[in-house]
Design a protein around this ligand. Structure first.
Ligand code: RRO
Length: 294
């Protein structure tokens, strides 16, 4: 039986966007976001890729963060501290984004998280575009095996906590069918559509005063492998949501993530079949006031 993923306020931050440090998390806690989602975490702390690793121009972004995070225990401790410091009636649900580097790491993180009463739900991120290799969720056979192993190794009890999947952008009908089948089969509570668009490249051009020659360079150091986000993603994720909604069981919730700047974007997400909304690039650009405004 699927554990229901329910939020009272439907808009919150996308994993990875200003949600890595205690200060980031406290800012979300004191905003009008409906939940606090953490940076995708690994077993041990990581400093991620070399800077520059994030760029935006106000409407689109590109990142090659490389899973910079404080290590999962930091986020479990944060959740405990948060839930002890705030009245239960005023607490926001905390969603742990999990991106362990191996099956064993994810098993350990999920097992410990299931025991932590201060975490409301887990979003399992098997679609990071910035750490090399083929993301688990891009290969349906591997994905099936992986979910099967995780669920048996963690003795995951569906009545305990909602668990969701952050999915990559899929481009074939075949993938929508196969992945929907897995989500239904493993009683996944929600899916998030979508992670950033892999392998984006963006240049910046600098006109040096007094010189005729323009200097052009990629905006992030790791010029291939940058995940693109922002305005251009809206149509892409609406299509993902629409395809999945038609094939998923009714009780599986869909979280829209990509290109949300206005309330109207959420309305369109609802038309396509989304229940909840994560704000990424716009939150990076505008800060926490976006949750109130949207
Ligand atoms: O840390 C990152 O580079 C990163 C991750 Br884990 C992800 O899932 N999506 C993304 O755009 N960047």
């Amino acid at each position: 039986m699927v554990s229901q993923f329910e939020l009272q306020v439907p808009i919150y931050n996308a994993a990875g966007c200003k949600c890595t440090t205690k200060e980031d998390l406290n800012n979300i806690a004191s905003s009008s976001a409906g939940a606090i989602q953490t940076k995708s975490c690994t077993l041990a702390k990581r400093s991620g890729n070399q800077p520059p690793k994030y760029w935006d121009n106000g409407t689109i972004s590109i990142n090659s963060n490389g899973l910079e995070n404080e290590g999962y225990q930091f986020y479990l401790d944060y959740a405990n501290e948060y839930s002890q410091s705030i009245n239960a009636s005023n607490q926001k649900p905390i969603i742990l984004s999990v991106a362990g580097l191996s099956l064993d790491d994810n098993t350990k993180i999920i097992t410990d998280t299931l025991k932590n009463n201060s975490i409301y739900a887990l979003e399992l991120n098997l679609s990071c575009p910035n750490i090399g290799g083929i993301p688990v969720s891009s290969d349906v056979e591997v994905f099936n095996e992986y979910l099967n192993n995780i669920i048996s190794a963690t003795s995951y009890n569906h009545s305990a906590k909602p668990i969701g999947l952050k999915l990559p952008v899929y481009t074939t009908r075949w993938h929508f069918e196969k992945v929907s089948h897995l989500v239904n089969k493993y009683d996944i509570s929600f899916i998030t559509c979508s992670n950033s668009m892999p392998n984006c490249l963006q240049f910046e051009h600098i006109n040096n005063p007094g010189e005729d020659i323009m200097t052009s360079k990629p905006v992030i150091l790791n010029k291939l492998g940058g995940g693109g986000g922002g305005e251009f993603m809206k149509g892409i994720v609406l299509g993902q949501i629409y395809q999945f909604r038609n094939q998923l069981s009714e009780n599986v919730k869909i979280v829209m993530c990509g290109g949300i700047r206005y309330g109207m974007d959420c309305y369109e997400g609802q038309l396509a079949g989304a229940n909840y909304f994560q704000v990424g690039t716009q939150y990076m650009v505008e800060g926490t006031s976006c949750f109130d405004r949207i």
